[in-house]
Design a protein around this ligand. Structure first.
Ligand SMILES: [Fe+2]
Length: 210
């Protein structure tokens, strides 16, 4: 019977997974950049593409430090995340909404990678693979910085711009009448007998009397 695998085997397996994930992202990031309308967002994706190239080299150093051959193993997790990102890009969203969605897709990938590298760093440390731990920590730091950059772009304007298109406001802060998402401001008299929001309101009311 074959000997049971050890944490070291699992570690090498995870490294191969991460190596493949980076290679997939190297191809996906330019597509995200191309789909972005905000110049800052486009640049963020391209900068991270260059970082990803560097991360691939760092992982090759990790393999070397462990006397292991450089090898990838298909990463199904990141493939799924990239696939979802592609479906989003095929949608017909307004520019700001698309940018907000691209950020969401990018952050899913970053968080997946952060989880993977967090584990890899911890395992490398536990097994005394200090050089590997050091290199993997450098990659983890880059992934975290990329994630924070995306949050900053989303919260620094893109989300608000997308939200303003979804819910336009008049100058005094009231929502325009023709905005689809207006049920809160719709007077009851006007709403009676018309529209989905109105019937929902009536249903709630009669429900309360029971
Ligand atoms: Fe990465």
């Amino acid at each position: 019977m074959a000997e049971a695998g050890t944490l070291h085997d699992a570690f090498i397996d995870e490294l191969r997974d991460a190596y493949d994930a980076e290679k997939q992202l190297l191809k996906a990031l330019p597509k995200l950049a191309k789909a972005a309308s905000s110049p800052n967002l486009r640049q963020a994706f391209l900068t991270h593409r260059d970082e990803t190239q560097g991360q691939i080299s760092k992982l090759e150093e990790v393999f070397a430090s462990l006397d292991e051959k450089v090898r990838g193993k298909h990463c199904d997790g990141i493939a799924g995340i990239i696939e979802e990102g592609k479906s989003v890009m095929e949608e017909d969203f307004d520019e700001a909404a698309m940018d907000a969605c691209l950020i969401a897709s990018g952050q899913r990938a970053e968080h997946y990678e952060m989880a993977a590298y967090g584990t890899l760093v911890a395992w490398a440390k536990a097994m005394g693979h200090d050089d590997a731990a050091d290199l993997l920590q450098q990659i983890l730091d880059q992934e975290e910085a990329a994630d924070e950059k995306l949050s900053a772009l989303a919260e620094g304007g893109i989300n608000q711009e997308a939200a303003s298109t979804a819910h336009p406001q008049s100058e005094d802060g009231e929502q325009y009448e023709d905005t689809p998402a207006r049920p809160v401001r719709t007077p009851l008299k006007k709403a009676a007998g018309a529209g989905r929001g109105a019937s929902a309101g009536v249903a709630r009311k009669s429900g309360g009397r029971r």
